[in-house]
Design a protein around this ligand. Structure first.
Ligand code: FHN
Length: 430
């Protein structure tokens, strides 16, 4: 077996739970919740470290209750969660020994990551941490002429690029801390490579050797090498050791899902915001409704993908009510229809014009999303589907009478069983 084939086999083993769980919570939280204008505020508003310091001095998340976060995630039907341990501003939510710029040195006075991990594990969810490769605080991070870090002209970096080696030692050291001091992690979510800042620039080979030695089971995204769902060797027969275990489309669902060079599906996860910001943005009320979230989740799974749905807690540590209300409604739907998501994947049948299919073994799930005139047209299923059940209440559906969309609002599923299970007349209109 070639090295590439070995790496792909290991990736397949590692991601088995991931492809079953399908639905997770992304959590972007940090000092930027105080200005409440999104997690890029330091860059977009060209704030100096001094301008940003008051947020460090004031950070006091008195309402931080990770147990409540975990319950909300579980009730929503989420099976795993990923929290920002450090975002681009360099502020660490964990008690790193390598910096003073951390939550334990703020009025919070606590290791926010440790409490998050404990609370979500207690609810039975798998846990992951997001770690920013970019660092706007660390003095040795390159800034001069750097597109992503325009606000600082790092003279030291201009004189001696070796300063970046000091940053990499810090970065690798913090990742070692997270993989050593916080128990079993299920996901490491790196973010993000750009321009020529990728691959060996992060010393990725060395980093992956360390990661695999400490937590061999952990799955990582493709952003040490690629960008979102493009670029990188994850699509090839010869992935690098740092190609990642899943591709990470952001704010989009690729039309055909994500496939390798042969057209075979590879693991992927679309990360999506509820409004238009990852970090808390008090003025952004452009929230998607629950039906849209459900349709996005169904679309991901119908294309062999996962969805990582983001919440941005406020400066006091509370998830916005608008987000909680959506999660509540999604959870009600998932409680009735989770069988059509968990453990499901793309169907062998072509997408119908009225919605989407997901499939798990010999169970076909029809997600009827468009109002039909007359009977639902089961094109391509003639002779294959014998009986239909409404997932929400198990009631039998006769395949011959016209189905109105009211009966199939987005939370309705018709659970088609394959021939070997039932004999049942197909619609006369097929
Ligand atoms: O710059 C970040 C952004 O703040 C956010 O964390 C997203 C989430 O995937 N990733 C980067 C943008 O691609």
């Amino acid at each position: 077996m070639s090295t590439g084939q070995q790496l792909i086999r290991e990736r397949t083993e590692r991601t088995e739970w991931f492809l079953k769980d399908r639905f997770g919570m992304f959590i972007h939280w940090g000092l930027y919740a105080i200005p409440a204008r999104g997690e890029w505020v330091r860059s977009t508003e060209q704030l100096s470290i001094e301008d940003y310091q008051p947020y460090f001095d004031e950070f006091d998340p008195v309402d931080y209750d990770p147990k409540a976060w975990a319950k909300a995630a579980k009730q929503a039907g989420m099976k795993y969660a990923v929290l920002t341990a450090k975002h681009h501003d360099g502020f660490c939510l964990f008690d790193s020994k390598l910096t003073e710029y951390k939550a334990t040195n703020t009025k919070a006075g606590r290791d926010l990551v440790s409490e998050f991990l404990e609370a979500f594990r207690a609810e039975g969810l798998k846990v992951g941490l997001y770690y920013s490769l970019i660092d706007w605080y660390h003095e040795d991070y390159p800034a001069y002429g750097d597109r992503i870090h325009p606000m600082r002209n790092n003279e030291a970096f201009k004189r001696d690029p070796a300063t970046f080696d000091r940053y990499l030692a810090y970065m690798h050291g913090q990742i070692r801390e997270l993989l050593t001091d916080y128990g079993k992690l299920d996901v490491m979510w790196f973010d993000f490579s750009y321009d020529d800042m990728r691959k060996d620039k992060w010393k990725s080979e060395e980093l992956m050797e360390m990661i695999r030695s400490l937590q061999p089971h952990i799955i990582i995204d493709n952003r040490l090498e690629g960008s979102g769902h493009q670029g990188g060797s994850i699509y090839t027969d010869n992935p690098t050791t740092y190609a990642g275990d899943f591709a990470s489309p952001e704010q989009i669902i690729p039309p055909g899902g994500v496939k390798d060079q042969h057209g075979n599906p590879i693991p992927w996860e679309a990360c999506i915001t509820l409004n238009n910001n990852w970090g808390y943005a008090a003025a952004d009320h452009t929230y998607k409704n629950a039906q849209t979230v459900i349709r996005k989740l169904v679309e991901c799974v119908s294309k062999n993908g996962n969805m990582l749905l983001n919440v941005g807690p406020d400066a006091k540590g509370a998830i916005p009510k608008e987000s909680l209300d959506i999660l509540q409604e999604v959870g009600e739907w998932m409680s009735r229809n989770g069988a059509s998501i968990y453990g499901c994947q793309a169907s062998e049948f072509p997408k119908p014009d009225w919605g989407r299919y997901t499939q798990s073994g010999n169970k076909l799930y029809a997600h009827v999303m468009e109002e039909s005139i007359g009977p639902i047209n089961l094109v391509g299923l003639a002779g294959k589907v014998k009986r239909a059940r409404l997932l929400a209440d198990g009631s039998e559906l006769f395949l011959t009478r016209p189905w109105s969309a009211e009966e199939f609002v987005a939370d309705a599923f018709v659970n088609f069983a394959r021939p070997e299970h039932f004999t049942f007349p197909l619609p006369d209109n097929r």
